[in-house]
Design a protein around this ligand. Structure first.
Ligand code: BGC
Length: 735
């Protein structure tokens, strides 16, 4: 009897199991589920998944209970809800979130643990907001300080950007939310971004512009990637066979989805064959405008279906795209193991604050008079009247900037942060004015008004014991903003004049620059303290007050060079075809010599070099020692040194290792960043730092063979505190 019962029970559970389709059974391997779902779908259903159904979603397959995919910007926080069919905000009341520091600031921490914290926190917020794809991180290389979107990216060095984007992506995706690394590739300017045809050497492509994307895909495991608006060698990046089929899907073995930038698709056949999977935002400018086409008119909608039905493009293309989309849905929307997420928690605010204070870079810190201490950190007791000047001290810098604009629940401005520390001693004068964040030109302020604001600030500065000017750029069009590049290198809104006039009445001037870009600094020798404060997000005022007061010892290092003049930057050392192009074509004439590679190799010192950042303490470096004099092609070489905190307060130092090839058949930069580590040291404490190199770190991209090569011979490893502050060298030979 018992046996009969058992047999019956088994049979029942078998029937129940047999009734659950494989694609719905999450105990089955994902690939089996993809295959099963695909086998049940009609051609029309597969095609429907390949394009948008609203501004930020694509349909799943409702008949099979396969849900939609919901996407959201952006790299620094989860964007407010957008209307179904246009770029207006939906005016929800439950979509306010944490603004995290912009990615330039994250990169400036040079701390992959901070990138992991960032990814975890922003991933939890995206999950809470029920998003399946978070449109970030951005890893386009900083080629020119005029690029309006540099603030969204991770600087000029491919190795730094790669190391920082990997933990971000991994931690976001632990929430069942796909990261979408963007904009693949060469979207290094906003001017003519929709069509400019970028031409560059294979070496520049592989050595400079692709490595961060490769790391994000291969090591970070990003489930999606966003195609760029521009063209590469004549073809739009969103359906570029070389970038998508050959490099991404074949060489890097990417099994996720390529999503267009919004409005980045331009042709059905190219989209069908060129490696695109999901088409978003067609017939829009990606920001503000749209035309009356319906989603069925998209390139990968009805026109694609017709081509498939007529045999003009093979059915294998749609099966590949639909499989990738299903895989993405199983990883995200249909992932039943994902956590619930959270927004605006104490933990998220703490992460935003600490990333901010760790990314702030102390560019300069001098005494005002001989025998005095440097101006920073502020010794509060010395100052009865602290004057804070500047539009950026009170401006909502989460607003504007384009698609990374954020709607925050809380925002601590620099003025709030300083008042919280110094109370009534803090006075404020706006000093200059910049208008509301908007896409129209907003930097023209009537001269009389500008003069009056400046005069008021100067008058107050005369009476003050200390002046803190919080200026820089902002998120208006033609500043740090998507859709346009900066039109000049100097500070906008009359700030140069304001700085000169403030200095004339009060030498105790701390200048805080909030920007995602380098600016020209004609007054640099006369301003005693200069701080690069990026865009710091919800807790920005706290991060800034932490650093200015010395509660946090600054340890940020520049992720890009600050050239003295615009023409000192490689991209600007040639004619207009090099930047911004002739409106059709552009040639990257500086080739592989981007950022410090240019400054070093051409012997043009930067005003503030890549990797630079001061501390309130000092560090002394011991002599680096290599484990051997030679390296074999499959061997390793270890370099050791000690670093000591030789000052009087605790601090963190970023120890940087660059490698230079002494002789090579092709041009190589003087040196390139290959390793770095951040060490926390108490006063007097000493630690050993170890770096291990392999022959891969010595290679260049050989255009003739299309592969990476290292030529035997002498190499130098440079141990440095910035790209221009070398503290030790070791030579070794590659056999
Ligand atoms: C931007 C993308 C963004 C998309 C969606 C485009 O204009 O280039 O970075 O993710 O819009 O808002």
């Amino acid at each position: 009897m018992k046996k009969l019962l058992t047999t019956l029970l088994c049979a029942c559970s078998l029937t129940a199991a047999a009734q659950t389709p494989v694609y719905l059974d999450d105990s089955q391997p994902i690939e089996a589920r993809v295959k099963d779902a695909l086998s049940r779908m009609t051609l029309e259903e597969k095609v429907a998944m390949c394009h948008a159904q609203s501004k930020f979603s694509s349909p799943g397959c409702p008949r099979l209970g396969i849900p939609e995919l919901w996407m959201s910007d952006g790299p620094h926080g989860v964007r407010a809800e957008i209307n179904w069919n246009d770029w207006g905000y939906a005016q929800w009341t439950n979509d306010s979130i944490t603004a995290f520091p912009a990615l330039t600031c994250l990169a400036a921490t040079w701390n992959p643990e901070m990138a992991a914290r960032y990814g975890k926190a922003i991933g939890e917020e995206a999950r809470y907001r029920e998003k399946d794809v978070l449109l970030g991180p951005g890893v386009n290389i900083y080629r020119t300080p005029l690029n309006g979107r540099n603030f969204e990216y991770m600087g000029e060095d491919p190795y730094l950007a790669a190391e920082m984007c990997v933990p971000y992506i991994q931690e976001v995706q632990k929430n069942g939310v796909a990261a979408c690394i963007k904009h693949y590739a060469l979207n290094n300017q906003e001017e003519w971004r929709g069509h400019i045809d970028v031409n560059l050497s294979d070496r520049a492509l592989y050595e400079i512009y692709l490595p961060a994307f490769k790391a994000g895909i291969e090591r970070g495991g990003s489930w999606t990637i966003m195609g760029a608006y521009n063209k590469l060698r004549g073809t739009h990046c969103c359906h570029n066979d070389l970038l998508l089929n050959k490099i991404l899907k074949q060489d890097w073995k990417f099994d996720g989805c390529v999503i267009t930038d919004w409005g980045g698709a331009h042709d059905t056949r190219e989209a069908a064959l060129g490696g695109l999977d999901i088409e978003m935002g067609s017939y829009t400018n990606g920001l503000t405008s749209e035309s009356a086409f319906t989603y069925d008119d998209y390139y990968l909608a009805r026109p694609y279906l017709k081509m498939l039905q007529s045999g003009e493009v093979p059915l294998s293309t749609i099966d590949d795209k639909a499989s990738r989309i299903l895989r993405l849905i199983f990883r995200t929307a249909m992932n039943r193991q994902k956590p619930y997420g959270a927004i605006c928690t104490g933990e998220h605010y703490a992460a935003a604050r600490e990333i901010g204070s760790e990314g702030i870079v102390l560019l300069k810190n001098a005494p005002v008079a001989k025998k005095e201490n440097p101006l920073l950190p502020l010794v509060a007791d010395n100052y009865r009247r602290i004057l804070v000047v500047g539009d950026n001290a009170v401006r909502l810098l989460n607003e504007g900037g384009g698609s990374s604009e954020l709607k925050v629940k809380d925002m601590v401005s620099p003025l709030d942060g300083l008042r919280a520390l110094y109370g009534d001693r803090v006075e404020f004068a706006q000093g200059y004015k910049a208008g509301r964040p908007m896409y129209g030109r907003a930097d023209e302020v009537p001269v009389a008004e500008e003069d009056a604001l400046r005069a008021e600030a100067v008058e107050k500065a005369r009476q003050a014991d200390l002046v803190i000017l919080v200026g820089g750029l902002n998120k208006n069009h033609f500043q740090d903003c998507e859709g346009g590049d900066r039109q000049y290198f100097h500070l906008p809104f009359g700030q140069d004049k304001l700085i000169e006039e403030l200095l004339a009445v009060n030498k105790k001037l701390v200048l805080v620059l909030l920007s995602g870009n380098a600016v020209e600094m004609p007054w640099v020798d006369r301003v005693p303290a200069i701080v690069q404060g990026w865009y710091l997000g919800s807790m920005g005022g706290r991060s800034l007050a932490d650093v200015l007061s010395g509660q946090v010892n600054p340890s940020g290092k520049l992720p890009f060079s600050f050239p003295r003049r615009l023409t000192d930057c490689g991209a600007h050392a040639f004619d207009a075809l090099s930047y911004p192009g002739d409106s059709i074509r552009e040639e990257y004439k500086e080739d592989i010599l981007v950022g410090y590679r240019w400054h070093d190799t051409k012997k043009i010192p930067a005003l503030f070099p890549f990797g630079h950042g001061l501390s309130y303490t000092t560090f002394s470096y011991g002599k680096p020692v290599a484990s051997a004099k030679e390296m074999t092609p499959d061997g390793t070489l270890t370099i050791r040194l000690t670093v000591k905190n030789s000052g009087t307060c605790a601090g963190k130092e970023v120890v940087q290792l660059y490698v230079g090839d002494e002789r090579c058949s092709v041009l190589r930069p003087v040196k390139e960043l290959k390793r770095f580590t951040k060490v926390a040291l108490a006063p007097g404490e000493e630690r050993e730092v170890t770096f291990t190199l392999t022959a891969d770190d010595l290679k260049f991209y050989d255009e003739a063979s299309g592969s990476w090569k290292a030529e035997p011979g002498k190499f130098t490893a440079y141990i440095a505190a910035s790209s221009a502050d070398v503290r030790g060298r070791v030579q070794f030979e590659l056999f």
